[in-house]
Design a protein around this ligand. Structure first.
Ligand SMILES: [Zn+2]
Length: 182
């Protein structure tokens, strides 16, 4: 009795997979023209605050990443002890993520808070610039950007943008994403 619906489902899946592959090839030029992706949540304005709980090398890297976003985009992040955006370093062990940003989005599409963390399990062995990339990437999430479709940007999904291309500062597409939001 179950065989027929299951067979049909498999057929639908394989058809969808084929369409997705064709679609990906066709849309490649468009993707390279604009690679940034929006998270669907943002702060009310580009002038928002943060509180940075990191220290030593992590403070150096995170502050450099903040300065870079501020200098290159319409975003202006400033330090404030009561901020709803926190920057932290934690030891999460070998969980596969060098950084993570947890956020709460209100019904009006605005953040009510965001908590950025980097995982010292990985970052302790990263160079100063690779640490900067992780902070720059998580800051991108914390302002409302999702993973981009280009590898040569800060908002690529993993640190291969640094390992393969040496990227640790915001790139034109990252800048366009931030300036689209604010
Ligand atoms: Zn990410």
């Amino acid at each position: 009795m179950n065989n027929t619906p299951q067979a049909r489902w498999r057929l639908v899946l394989s058809t969808l997979a084929t369409v997705a592959i064709i679609g990906a090839i066709v849309t490649l030029p468009a993707a390279s023209a604009q690679a940034y992706v929006l998270l669907g949540c943002k702060w009310k304005t580009g002038n928002f605050t943060y509180v940075n709980y990191t220290t030593s090398l992590y403070a150096t890297a995170s502050n450099a990443a903040i300065s870079n976003w501020n200098a290159k985009t319409s975003v202006n992040m400033t330090s404030s002890s009561g901020s709803k955006l926190t920057i932290n370093k934690v030891y999460r062990g070998n969980d596969g993520a060098a950084g993570a940003t947890a956020y709460t989005c209100q019904n009006n599409g605005l953040f009510s808070r965001a908590d950025l963390t980097v995982n010292t399990f990985y970052l302790t062995d990263y160079s100063a610039n690779k640490k900067r990339l992780v902070f720059a990437h998580e800051l991108g999430h914390a302002m409302g950007l999702d993973h981009a479709s280009s590898k040569k940007v800060v908002m690529w999904k993993d640190a291969s943008s640094f390992d393969d291309f040496g990227i640790y500062t915001v790139q034109p597409d990252d800048i366009a994403g931030a300036n689209h939001l604010y």
